[in-house]
Design a protein around this ligand. Structure first.
Ligand code: ADP
Ligand code: ASP
Ligand code: MG
Length: 607
């Protein structure tokens, strides 16, 4: 029988009783004839307790010392679990990240795994021992390492034990990786917010990657990325029961070297659709129901929209833009033309609602799970396009994809530039996911809420190639990842030049720094004011089944409108739709969206 990697999260090892229960399960797995590697988190909330201790000393701790501090939490658990296994007569040895050979980059508090030296693991497994590994940590440098500098303890970022586990499973070619936690598996939403969320039997890696990045904290997105890239069967289950939990499924991956585990090839493919058209509805009233109305009518005519973008607004009006395939441009345009006068005649109307449309645009995307948390990748795309003198019209981002619309005549040049820049040989036209029968999949698999983001707005950005590149490169250079990036549709003259506004969301913890950096750079970039708004929430729906199915965006906007929730920004990718709303509306927004797609369980899943 093969090797199984099991990972137990904080609550699952929250006290000595729980550690005994974990030891029991591990022992049984070993008795059944499996080799076992166990990865554990710090007990209960002890990582949070350590963070608070540091807070009591300084508001600006060194990231190296934070790693030194936080890595101690897991070390407690490995020793106790090994003892509990010894008590049962099970041979076991505890190892820290460094001892087990998890080599990372020298980026404290958010290190990526470069490789895992497996000799020591193999030796102890041959001795019949269960290996108990401290999750969330690794080592960089050290004599004898190819990096050659001082040995350092690094951590992978909060929630990173999942990533340690899946990386070990990949390095050891384990039969499967089991993530044991305090819920029965992956649910259609966080059961702590939506008590009637339904347990899923399975979910695809692509969907889980989006959900995990959009706030479903049950899995660390980087763990899903590794499982997807290396084809590791991944299961999420309760550590309290024997229920099967949720299987995260993926297509057979291309063979991949283990070297540079988390850093090789951030971009897997450059994709394009050279046959799109764009419709923008400018200066529509900023109040609930407008997006619902527009997309409701498009859905009634079975028009499938691809990208949807609503940018930040000025005054009391919004701009909404979407793309469709070009053969339905006329139809989509007449829906928008029909709605514009109705919006103009309503209370608070700006009297200016206007439709703009353009055919002959191309959507170019870079795709790859390796871009998660690597701010330089999107910036690299924008710079490469700018260097090729390609102007970017719209930008739509997800954690694993960045799409830009450009003029159709720039399409070939853009593809060639991006393939070269990211060292990608394939450029598949408009992916049709032929491996999956989309009609058999639910159009929405799950919903998520992210309350940890802030919104940055940069006004009056000159509308010329290279500006987006510069802005996001400046943030990337300081290690700040941006999430939704939205460029306004409306352009306005300012000091004799056409300008647009750009908005993005960043982690709340990075927001003030990002604002200061951009303010400092604004003069040089010739941009206007930079503002930050903390009280936002992002609610998202995810499902591969929404590709080619009209009406999904409409149903989400309608649910928010029926609850009188105003949508501030919209960003989509092929398999997700995200809306930014006021933070106070976040929880209710998640609930109403979850209910709108019939995701509830017949009976509440106990948590
Ligand atoms: P662990 O300590 O085991 O790693 P986490 O707290 O990191 O546990 O992850 C489990 C938690 O994730 C659950 O308690 C639940 O509140 C939260 N969660 C968020 N979204 C989801 C979801 N879609 N399905 C299941 N759990 C979710
Ligand atoms: N203990 C770490 C944390 O709380 C890592 C983990 O549990 O995955 O973030
Ligand atoms: Mg976790």
């Amino acid at each position: 029988m093969g090797l199984i990697v099991q990972k137990y999260g904080g609550t699952s090892v929250g006290d000595t009783e729980r550690i005994q229960a974990v030891a029991q399960r591990v022992h049984q797995t070993a008795l059944a004839g499996h080799s076992v590697i166990v990865v554990v988190s710090a007990m209960g909330k002890s990582t949070d307790v350590l963070v608070k201790l540091a807070d009591g000393i300084t508001s600006n701790p060194s990231r190296r010392e934070m790693d030194m501090l936080l890595s101690t939490g897991e070390q407690v658990t490995i020793a106790l679990l090994s003892m509990a296994l010894h008590e049962r007569g099970q041979a076991a040895i505890s190892l820290t990240g460094a001892q087990v050979g998890i080599i990372t980059e020298a980026e404290h508090t958010r290190a990526r795994i470069l490789e895992i030296c497996t000799e020591r693991i193999e030796r102890h497994l041959d001795e019949g021992k269960v290996i108990v590994v401290a999750g969330f940590q690794g080592t960089s440098g050290g004599t004898g390492s190819r990096l050659g500098d001082d040995l350092e303890i690094t951590t992978l970022g909060r929630g990173g034990s999942d990533t340690s586990a899946v990386a070990l499973a990949a390095a050891m070619q384990a039969e499967r990786c089991e993530i044991y936690t305090d819920v029965p598996g992956i649910l259609t939403a966080d059961p702590r917010i939506v008590p009637d969320a339904r347990l899923m039997d399975e979910i695809t890696c692509d969907e889980m990657l989006e959900l995990a990045s959009l706030g479903a904290s049950v899995l660390h997105p980087r763990a899903v990325e590794i499982a997807r890239n290396y084809g590791i069967p991944l299961v999420v289950r309760s550590s309290w029961t024997d229920q099967p939990g949720t299987l995260v499924t993926g297509p057979m991956p291309q063979p991949r070297a283990l070297e540079g585990l988390e850093i090789a090839h951030p971009v897997d493919a450059v994709e394009f659709d050279a046959d799109q058209a764009k419709v923008a509805l400018l200066r529509v009233p900023d109040r609930p129901g407008v997006a619902a109305r527009l997309f409701g009518e498009l859905a009634d005519q079975s028009l499938n929209v691809d990208l949807v973008i609503q940018s930040i607004h000025e005054g009391n009006s919004n701009d909404i833009a979407f793309t469709v395939r070009s053969h339905v441009l006329d139809q989509a345009e007449s829906v928008a033309e029909h709605i514009a006068p109705i919006l103009r005649s309503q209370p608070n109307a700006t009297d200016e609602a206007e439709v703009q449309s353009s055919g002959k645009i191309a959507k170019i995307s870079i795709a790859g799970a390796g871009m998660i948390g690597r701010p330089g990748v999107a910036a690299g795309m924008f710079s490469a396009l700018a260097a090729a003198n390609v102007n970017i019209q719209m930008i739509a981002t997800s954690e694993v994809k960045v799409s830009c619309t450009v003029a159709q005549s720039d399409c070939d040049r853009a593809i060639a530039t991006l393939c070269e820049h990211f060292d990608v040989s394939s450029s598949p036209a408009r992916i049709e996911r032929t491996q999956l029968d989309l009609s058999s999949l639910p159009s929405v698999r799950g919903a998520a809420l992210d309350l940890d983001q802030s919104q940055l707005a940069i006004r009056y950005v000159p509308d010329e190639p290279g500006l987006a590149a510069k802005i996001f490169q400046i943030l990337a250079d300081r290690g700040i990842s941006v999430d939704m990036i939205i460029q306004s549709q409306r352009s306005r003259p300012c000091q004799g030049q056409m300008t647009r506004d750009i908005a993005c969301t960043v982690a709340q913890a990075d927001a003030e720094l990002a604002k200061d950096i951009l303010r400092a750079a604004a003069a040089e970039l010739n941009c206007g004011e930079v503002t930050v708004e903390h009280a936002i929430a992002k609610v998202s729906i995810v499902g591969i089944g929404m590709i080619h199915r009209p009406g999904i965006a409409a149903a989400m906007f309608k649910a928010l409108s029926a609850a009188n929730i105003n949508i501030r920004m919209i960003a989509t990718s092929e398999i997700k739709i995200s809306c930014v709303v006021a933070q106070d509306n976040g929880v209710q927004a998640l609930k109403v969206v979850h209910a709108a797609f019939d995701l509830a369980a017949a009976i509440e899943v106990p948590v």
